[in-house]
Design a protein around this ligand. Structure first.
Ligand SMILES: [Zn+2]
Length: 95
């Protein structure tokens, strides 16, 4: 019986310490969240001070463009449109 009493004490102490630490976990998460927000704001400010992100530096693939061009009138339409909103040409076969 002596051995099981010692085990009970050890397990009780571990559970008690775990419970006390668990109370503070939300505060740690909240602090980490606030630090990430602060760091992101600082990085955004640094990017702005350096002239911002220049979109010309990025090569835009035509397949990722949000628009598709009408073959008849040449105007841009939404990728989801099935017909040109300017001339009515069928755009279903155009990617
Ligand atoms: Zn058109």
């Amino acid at each position: 019986m002596y051995g099981s009493d010692a085990l009970f004490v050890i397990v009780s102490v571990i559970i008690t310490i775990s419970g006390i630490l668990a109370i503070f976990i939300p505060f740690w998460i909240f602090r980490i969240r606030n630090e990430i927000i602060k760091t992101n704001k600082l990085l955004t400010r640094l990017i702005e001070l350096n002239g911002g992100i220049n979109p010309d530096h990025y090569i835009i693939d035509s397949s990722t463009k949000p628009t598709k061009q009408c073959p008849k009138c040449g105007k841009a339409n939404k990728k989801t449109d099935s017909a040109c909103i300017y001339c009515g040409t069928n755009l279903q076969n155009i990617l």
